[in-house]
Design a protein around this ligand. Structure first.
Ligand code: HEC
Length: 132
């Protein structure tokens, strides 16, 4: 089982797009990890107005802008893994599979705040607190 995990991690590390099926299990895992590692700065809705920012840490950009909506999945994965500008890397705390789970959650957050929310399945919309 140990070598399977290593192989899965290596595949996740090489993937350019999310290698996992985006289902409720992955989104829930991503939501869970996001709340621990990202929400303090990026806020629950991803608008970049987290509690840490209110205490004076530099504000991250909102996820709800065209540049980040159009950024490839792999860009978000790499930001988590390597950090970006003044944002520290989380690669040592968030393993490859969980990075993709967070990417899926951030994508769902972006959709939930955009006109495309209607294209999300109803249970996913409900989970994100989007309007039905
Ligand atoms: C301690 C605060 C903090 C935490 C925690 C944090 N970030 Fe950031 N993040 C930032 C800041 C500040 C920036 C802007 C950095 C810059 O432009 O110099 C940023 C930028 C980003 C960007 C935009 C990169 C771009 O192209 O502009 C993404 C995507 C991102 N973070 C995702 C995440 C994710 C996912 C997590 C959780 C794993 C996370 N961040 C955790 C502070 C944080």
């Amino acid at each position: 089982a140990g070598t399977d995990l290593v192989r899965r991690d290596a595949q996740a590390e090489d993937a350019q797009t999310n290698p996992y099926p985006v289902d409720m299990a992955l989104l829930k895992r991503g939501h869970d990890r996001y709340m621990i590692y990202c929400m303090p700065c990026h806020s629950p809705a991803g608008d970049g107005d987290g509690l840490v920012v209110r205490r004076g840490f530099p504000a991250p950009p909102t996820y709800h802008q065209d540049r980040l909506r159009n950024a490839p999945d792999r860009h978000i994965y790499d930001v988590i893994r390597n950090g970006y500008g003044v944002m520290a890397p989380y690669g040592d705390r968030v393993e490859p599979a969980d990075r993709w789970a967070i990417v899926a959650f951030v994508r769902a957050l972006q959709l939930s705040q955009h006109a495309d929310a209607a294209s999300l399945p109803p249970d996913v919309r409900a989970h994100l607190g989007a309007q039905p």
